[in-house]
Design a protein around this ligand. Structure first.
Ligand SMILES: Cc1cc2nc3c(=O)[nH]c(=O)nc-3n(C[C@H](O)[C@H](O)[C@H](O)COP(=O)(O)OP(=O)(O)OC[C@H]3O[C@@H](n4cnc5c(N)ncnc54)[C@H](O)[C@@H]3O)c2cc1C
Ligand SMILES: NC(=O)c1ccc[n+]([C@@H]2O[C@H](COP(=O)([O-])OP(=O)(O)OC[C@H]3O[C@@H](n4cnc5c(N)ncnc54)[C@H](OP(=O)(O)O)[C@@H]3O)[C@@H](O)[C@H]2O)c1
Length: 277
């Protein structure tokens, strides 16, 4: 017979007061500032790859302490994955960084967001521009079969300060390229559609510099073998980074003639902030 843990008054109260609770199934620390984790998925939760939800923990005052988080797993996954910063004095992440498998977090099942295929007009080449944890929504979209059905080519750029901050994205893309289930669903050769362009700004790596600079001076196009730059006829883009990054990339895309889209009015590019401040 399986040994059961007795339900003490304390655990019963915890379960009863944690609304929308989900259980942590896996935690992986990437650097002293970054970690990823997986939680159980509410059976009723439907979302589009690229959307975000509110997650959190109970605050000291007994009220939910919630923050916006991109869902990093694709819509078809049985569990939910998140990719998180650790802000040492951050109200949520100073505590969230200590979660362990078996712990509970709060997850409000109301997904929203603009980094979704529906907000873009049909195109041939999709650019995913991320800095830092802005990679999270793309970790979802890169595992979404529609991404490869809709586009001939998917260019993922990820700019971080240091090499170790690229590792979550690098390993994920390696796994996706070898994923037999995706190959079966989308067709062999889908992996050849992914072009990965990681850059660092404060630590030496094979490609140094902000992606904005590398686009402006033409280096990125030369490296990727793209003649003629970005055009509104064929190129679509999704952007996720700091406010300053989003602002600068938006200006570059508009210079190339692309227009910002939304769920209600699809166009050539969409933007979402990876954090506020
Ligand atoms: C639409 C949206 C989606 C988001 N998705 C994610 C996600 O997938 N992963 C994630 O880690 N965060 C994400 N965030 C940020 C997240 O909501 C919180 O800000 C973060 O978890 C820190 O919470 P906190 O309470 O510890 O600190 P806060 O008080 O929220 O933030 C303190 C300070 O830390 C810095 N900061 C906060 N978040 C980040 C970050 N992600 N990267 C770098 N610096 C940051 C900012 O300078 C901020 O002012 C998202 C924010 C928005 C608006
Ligand atoms: N990452 C760390 O090691 C670290 C450590 C301690 C504290 N922090 C703090 O945490 C916060 C977030 O840091 P973060 O590194 O996650 O995010 P970030 O400051 O937004 O930087 C992430 C990457 O985006 C680049 N970038 C920033 N603004 C850009 C723009 N306008 N156009 C193009 N590229 C741009 C950065 O290049 P640049 O390097 O050229 O800015 C960096 O490579 C900051 O307030 C920072 O002070 C970060």
């Amino acid at each position: 017979m399986t040994e059961m843990t007795p339900v003490t008054e304390a655990t019963a109260v915890k379960a009863a007061t944690l609304p929308d609770a989900q259980t942590v199934t896996e935690v992986k620390h990437w650097t002293d500032r970054l970690f990823s984790f997986r939680v159980t998925r509410p059976q009723t939760l439907r979302f589009r790859s690229g959307e975000f939800v509110m997650i959190g923990l109970l605050g000291d005052n007994g009220k939910p302490l919630l923050r916006a988080y991109s869902i990093a797993s694709p819509a078809w996954d049985d569990e939910l994955e998140f990719y998180s910063i650790k802000v040492q004095d951050g109200p949520l992440t100073s505590r969230l960084q200590h979660i362990q498998p078996g712990d509970q977090i709060i997850l409000r099942p109301k997904p929203v967001g603009t980094l979704v295929h529906d907000a873009l007009l049909p195109g041939k080449r999709l650019w995913l521009f991320a800095t830092g944890t802005g990679f999270a929504p793309f970790a979802s979209l890169l595992r979404e079969p529609q991404t490869y059905e809709d586009y001939d080519e998917v260019i993922v750029t990820h700019t971080c300060r240091e090499v170790a901050e690229l590792e979550y994205g690098r390993q994920l893309i390696d796994l996706i390229r070898k994923d037999e289930m995706l190959a079966e669903l989308i067709g062999e050769g889908f992996a050849d559609k992914i072009r990965y362009y990681p850059t660092t700004t404060r630590e030496q790596s094979p490609k140094m510099g902000r992606i904005t600079t590398l686009l402006e001076d033409g280096t990125a196009f030369r490296d990727l073998g793209i003649d003629g730059g970005i055009t509104p006829e064929t190129d679509r883009a999704m952007v996720c980074g700091s406010l300053a990054f989003n602002h600068d990339i938006k200006a570059i895309l508009e210079e190339f003639g692309l227009r910002e889209g939304a769920n209600s009015e699809p166009a050539e590019f969409v933007v979402e902030k990876a954090f506020v401040g």
